[in-house]
Design a protein around this ligand. Structure first.
Ligand code: NAD
Length: 502
């Protein structure tokens, strides 16, 4: 990062150092709590992207061949530095994303879990070996890195989402180009500097700032072997189609509309707490946020009352102050989310708590929208059908578990879901029947720990490999099987038949 003309310029990171690029194009970065422009992020040209890709390509052979012991040493060091200095990263996130500091710190900690998982790469890369598969013939399987890989991340988790991928990719011997969201690009540069401090060789971790131009070069450039993408469904679909058409393996995680079912026997105080946390945490800008509450049976009035009471007690304001919820990421996004509330009201839904008239503890030009609770939502309303990605919790009332399940299974997304009940049989049936990748039972945001894999179903993920855990290691490596014969290779003469075991 450099200072020019009084505005902070946020540039690329290539070959172990900052790289300004030559495009001359920038986009403004704002502090959502004040509305002030805090920086200008470089937007890469095709040439800039190629320069960064060239750095990652040049660094690959040496990093691929470095010992697992050496790679692990660097990752342990990165983990130590991150742990010591995570407050710095959290402050950068809050300044550009807007989420409250405690939430930003939580994001960093969840990312750090994946770094810790990657510290165990020696175990994760162990192959298999079969002696005497045929007489005097051994068969071994090994996994090798794929090459330079691209990671394209969304605005809502500028540190955690990249950390779902790059620790595993780097530990497995790949080189990385991270293309962060242009809305909050500074966290990526901070992490690049931390890698350098940890002793990672230049060119192994690079940051390419930009928009569609940068993404398209990553998707089409033959040097890039794999793409991990997280963002909205239309772009995920585009990234998957384009990347695979260019011969790359692609995992593209998309949008969500997560439902929580509350059964009549549930503990309603626990469920109400959970709905408030999962509906309004990070201003609803989480892919695992609960945006649709499905109240089953005659508990709806009582449950909505409990949620409303809690919601009214939330403090919306600047994330650096003592707030529960921060602003939305941009003014345009704030206005779009508010327009969904308008549409729900016009369609006949009941606005129980209205965030449009919030008095926030923050700048008068901040992008404020308070937590909003909408009851009597029906499935034809846009507030229900669309991913709103804001602090808006819709309540849909149904009569039975079957009706609730059908709502989820007939929807286009399948990222996360939760059920609240004290009935083990009902919970077990739900986990078996629901068509969603991540399921919570009395847990509202069931984000898997790092040693499991994160990913949704249907329009929430294109590709067949989830993030981190065993699937992440699989994604960033390719298998090779070696069949060998040593010692007294009995010469059987020429035989053009297919080899048979004997
Ligand atoms: P987005 O799709 O607008 O952007 C994601 C990335 O794609 C960014 O780096 C952006 O620069 C790039 N991009 C945007 N438009 C592009 C285009 N036309 N061509 C090529 N690249 C393009 O998403 P966002 O608004 O930053 O993030 C919010 C979305 O991400 C939500 O839909 C949310 O559900 C989703 N998300 C999903 C998960 C998950 O795990 N499934 C996690 C976090 C966020």
């Amino acid at each position: 990062m450099t200072l020019s003309d009084g505005v902070r310029t946020i540039s690329h990171w290539s070959d172990g150092k900052g790289f300004a690029g030559t495009s001359g194009n920038t986009a403004p970065v704002t502090n959502p709590a004040t509305g002030a422009v805090s920086g200008a992020v470089a937007l890469a040209s095709v040439e800039d992207a190629r320069a960064v890709i060239a750095a990652a390509t040049a660094a690959f052979p040496a990093w691929r061949d470095s010992s697992i012991a050496k790679r692990t040493t660097v990752i342990f060091k990165f983990r130590e530095l991150l742990n010591e200095r995570k407050e710095e990263l959290a402050a950068i996130i809050t300044a550009e994303h807007g989420k409250v500091l405690s939430d930003a710190l939580g994001e960093v900690s969840r990312g750090q879990e994946v770094v810790e998982f990657a510290c165990g790469i020696a175990h994760l890369l162990k192959g298999g070996m079969t002696e005497n598969a045929s007489t005097n013939v051994d068969v071994a399987s090994i996994r090798q890195p794929v090459g330079p890989v691209g990671i394209i991340s969304p605005f809502n988790f500028p540190a955690m989402v990249p950390m779902w991928f790059f620790p595993v990719a780097i530990a497995a011997g790949n080189t990385v180009i991270l293309k962060p969201s242009e809305k909050d690009p500074s966290a990526a540069i901070w992490m690049a500097e931390l890698w350098a401090e940890a002793g990672l060789p230049a060119g192994v971790f690079n940051v390419l700032q930009g928009d569609k131009t940068a993404v398209d070069e990553l998707l089409t450039n033959p040097a890039i072997k794999a793409i991990s993408f997280v963002g909205s469904t239309p772009i995920a679909q585009y990234v998957y189609a384009t990347g695979t058409a260019h011969g790359k393996r692609v995992q593209a995680l998309g949008g969500a509309k997560n439902h929580a079912i509350v059964l009549p026997d549930a503990d309603l105080d626990l469920a109400a707490d959970a709905m408030v946390n999962a509906g309004f945490g990070s201003a609803g800008e989480r892919c695992m946020a609960i945006s649709a509450l499905v109240a089953v049976g005659d508990i709806a009035d009582e449950l909505v009352g409990k949620i409303a009471e809690r919601t009214r007690g939330l403090k919306t304001g600047d994330g650096t102050k003592d707030s529960d919820m921060g602003p939305l990421v941009t003014k345009a996004h704030r206005d779009k989310v508010a327009s969904y509330v308008d549409a729900g009201e016009a369609a006949g839904a009941t606005i129980v708590v209205d965030g449009r008239d919030v008095r926030a503890d923050g700048g008068s030009d901040g992008f404020w929208l308070g937590p909003t609770l909408i009851d009597n939502v029906t499935t034809d309303m846009s507030v229900y059908t669309d991913e709103i990605f804001g602090p808006v919790l819709s309540v849909v009332r149904v009569d039975s578990y079957e009706e609730a399940l059908d709502l989820i299974n007939s929807g286009p997304f399948g990222n996360g879901t939760a059920i609240f009940t004290n009935d083990g049989g009902a919970a077990r049936r739900f986990q078996n029947e629901v068509e969603v990748g991540m399921v919570g039972i009395n847990v509202p945001i069931p984000v898997p720990t790092a040693y499991y894999s994160f990913g949704g179903w249907k329009n929430s993920l294109f590709g067949d490999t989830h993030a981190h855990g065993a699937e992440g290691v699989h994604f960033f490596t390719r298998g090779k099987v070696v069949t060998s014969r040593w010692l007294d290779p009995s010469h059987g003469g020429i035989n053009l038949g297919f080899p048979q075991n004997n």
